[in-house]
Design a protein around this ligand. Structure first.
Ligand code: PDD
Length: 288
C-alpha cells in the first residue's frame, strides 16, 4: 500500500509524521473522506471544495491547488490499483515547536490514504440500525464550528463512546438548544407524512456531501423536502428515518432510543432514495 505524504508516494510503513506535528499535538488540521466507485471518486470537487472551506475557516493554507489535489487523489487510486475504495485526505498545520500559534509551523502536512472499501453488512440496510440520542451535546458553533471538518473530533468521539456503551450503532447529538443536529459521522433525515426533513445548517451540523446529494435527488423525484429545526420528538414520531454519509450512503434507522419506528422495516421513501442514489451514481463520479 502506497500513501501520499507531502510530496511523494511512500510505502505505508514509511508514512509517518513528526511528533511535533500540530495535527497530532492539537488536532489542528482538516480532512475529507471520499468514496471511489469503479476507480472514480464520487463528488470529488465537492469534497475538495469543502476541504478548502474547512481549511480557510482555520486560516490554514492548502498545500496544493484543488486541481492538483484532485490529481493526487486519482493517482492514489491508480498507484494502489483500487476500484472500490475510500480515500482520506488529511491536511494538518504541520510540524512546529510546541505552542498553539500556527505561525510555529512552516508548512502544512498532506497525507492521502487510499484503501479498499470494506462493504458494510447487508443486514444493516435490510433491517436498519438502532440509534440513541446521546447526552453529549454538539459543539457550539461559536466554539468549534461543526461545519469545519477538522481533526478535532473529540465531540464526536465522546458521543460515539456513549452510543457504543448503550449498544447503539450511531449516536445523535442535540445542540445547545435541544434540537437534533447529526450523528457522530452522519447526517440524519426523517420522513413525516411523505415529507423529507433534515436539520438545517444553522442547527450546527457538517454540511454533508451525501446530505446535499439526497436533497438534490428529492428535488428531482419531486419529493417535498425541508431543512428546518428537528426535535427528538419529531424523530420518535417519524414514519421513516435514515442516516447519510459518504461510505454508508443511505442507511435506514430501525429504532431510536429503543422505540421502533413504524413497522420496524426500512420505509418506502428510504428505499426509493437509496435506489435512485445507486442508479444515478454515474452522473456524480469524477470524469478524468
Ligand atoms: N464523516 N456529520 C459528521 C460529523 C461527519 O463526520 C460526516 C462524515 C457527515 C456526513 O458527511 P458526508 O456525507 O460528506 O460524508 C456528517 C466521514 C464519513 C468521516 O468521518 O470520515
Amino acid at each position: 500500500m502506497w500513501v501520499y505524504l507531502n510530496d511523494r508516494f511512500v510505502p505505508k510503513e514509511e508514512a509517518v509524521v513528526s511528533v511535533f506535528d500540530h495535527g497530532f499535538l492539537y488536532g489542528d488540521g482538516v480532512f475529507e473522506t471520499m468514496r471511489a466507485y469503479q476507480g472514480r471518486v464520487l463528488q470529488l470537487s465537492e469534497h475538495l471544495m469543502r476541504l478548502g472551506r474547512s481549511a480557510s475557516s482555520l486560516q490554514l493554507p492548502l498545500p496544493a491547488s484543488p486541481s492538483h489535489l484532485a490529481e493526487l487523489v486519482r493517482a492514489s487510486l491508480t498507484r494502489n490499483s483500487l476500484q472500490e475504495a475510500t480515500v482520506r485526505v488529511t491536511v494538518s498545520r504541520g510540524e512546529g515547536d510546541i505552542g498553539l500559534d500556527p505561525a510555529l509551523c512552516k508548512r502544512p502536512t498532506l497525507v492521502i490514504i487510499a484503501q479498499p472499501f470494506q462493504p458494510y453488512p447487508p443486514s444493516l440496510y435490510e433491517e436498519g440500525v438502532s440509534v440513541i440520542v446521546v447526552h453529549t451535546r454538539r459543539n457550539l458553533a461559536e466554539a468549534v464550528p461543526p461545519h469545519v471538518k477538522s481533526l478535532n473530533f473529540l465531540n464526536n468521539i465522546l458521543a460515539k463512546m456513549e452510543a457504543k456503551a448503550a449498544g447503539a450503532y450511531e449516536g445523535l447529538l442535540l445542540n445547545h438548544a435541544g434540537a437534533v443536529t447529526e450523528g457522530t459521522t452522519s447526517n440524519i433525515f426523517l420522513v413525516q407524512r411523505g415529507r423529507l426533513r433534515t436539520p438545517s445548517l444553522d442547527c450546527g451540523i457538517l454540511e454533508g456531501i451525501t446530505r446535499s446529494l439526497v436533497l438534490r435527488l428529492a428535488r428531482e423525484l419531486s419529493i417535498p423536502s425541508e431543512e428546518r429545526v428537528v426535535t427528538a420528538d419529531d424523530l420518535f414520531n417519524a414514519d421513516e428515518c435514515f442516516l447519510t454519509n459518504t461510505t454508508q450512503e443511505i442507511l435506514p434507522v430501525r429504532e431510536i432510543d429503543g422505540r421502533v419506528l413504524a413497522d420496524g422495516r426500512p420505509g418506502p421513501m428510504t428505499r426509493r432514495l437509496h435506489t435512485s442514489f445507486r442508479s444515478g451514481l454515474d452522473r456524480f463520479l469524477d470524469r478524468v
